[in-house]
Design a protein around this ligand. Structure first.
Ligand SMILES: [Zn+2]
Length: 131
C-alpha cells in the first residue's frame, strides 16, 4: 500500500510544479510600474514656499527677427529662498514651452500672464473680441 501511494503522488506533483513555474512567470511584471510613476510625479503635494515672478521679454530681440517665437517670458522661481530662472516661450508652431521642457511648472505661470483671457471666466466675449 504505502509504496504505491508515495511513488504515484510525488511523481505527479513534481511534474505539475515544474510546468507552472516555467509557464506562468513570464515578463508581465515590469509594465505597470513606469506608467503609474509618471503621472504621480506631476502632482507633488509639497508644502514648500514657491513663488513665481514673471516678466515679459522681447522675443525678437532674444531669438532673432525670423523667429517663430511670438512671446518670451522670464520666470523667476523661488523655492525656499533658492532662486531658479526659466525662459518660457510662446512659439507659433509649438505653443508654450520652457527651456526645461513643456511640463516645467514655469510654463503655467507664464501662460497666466500671457493669455489671461483663457483662464478667466467666459465673460470676455462682450468686449474682448479685439485682437
Ligand atoms: Zn523651466
Amino acid at each position: 500500500m504505502s509504496r504505491v501511494n508515495k511513488s504515484g503522488r510525488t511523481a505527479a506533483a513534481g511534474k505539475k510544479r515544474q510546468a507552472r513555474r516555467t509557464g506562468a512567470r513570464g515578463g508581465s511584471v515590469t509594465k505597470t510600474k513606469s506608467s503609474g510613476r509618471a503621472k504621480a510625479k506631476l502632482v507633488p503635494a509639497k508644502e514648500r514656499e514657491v513663488q513665481f515672478r514673471v516678466r515679459e521679454l522681447n522675443a525678437q530681440q532674444k531669438c532673432g527677427a525670423g523667429t517663430s517665437v511670438e512671446r518670451l517670458f522670464r520666470v523667476d522661481e523661488t523655492v525656499d529662498g533658492a532662486a531658479k530662472a526659466h525662459l518660457v516661450f510662446l512659439d507659433r508652431r509649438h505653443g508654450w514651452y520652457c527651456e526645461h521642457g513643456v511640463e516645467c511648472p514655469a510654463v503655467r505661470q507664464a501662460r497666466r500672464i500671457g493669455e489671461p483671457n483663457r483662464h478667466h471666466n467666459g465673460r470676455t466675449h462682450n468686449g474682448g473680441m479685439r485682437a
